[in-house]
Structure formats: structure tokens, C-alpha cells
Design a protein around this ligand. Sequence first.
Ligand SMILES: [Zn+2]
Length: 67
Amino acid sequence: MMEKELCIRCNKPTPYHPETPITLRRYFVEGSGQLCPFCYQELYGGAGSLESMYERDLGKQPEREEK
Ligand SMILES: [Zn+2]
């Protein structure tokens, strides 16, 4: 099972696994929890290159679904 931390706002999976140290995560809000990049930008704003940031984060995960 590839469990991932879910966004506390929209419940979509984030690029991070539950065992990922908080210090290594982006979009983590102390006192609230893990947000996905999209909700994080909505709540806090951010640079325009969010999509590429998100893809880069996802690309770091060595996971591939074989059919
Ligand atoms: Zn979200």
C-alpha cells in the first residue's frame, strides 16, 4: 500500500508519505497539518511556478504503477 498524507483541506493525496519528516515537507502548516500544494497556494499565495514545483515533488517519488 502506498499511503500518502492527505491534504487537510481537500483530502487529496499530497506528495508526502506519513513517515516523511515534517522538516522535509513543503506545504506543512504547524498546528494544522499537511496541505496539498494547491490549497497551500490558495491559503498563502505563492509563486506562479506551483505546477512545476508539484510535478518536481511527485517526480521525486520512486513510484510507478505497473499494470
Ligand atoms: Zn488540498
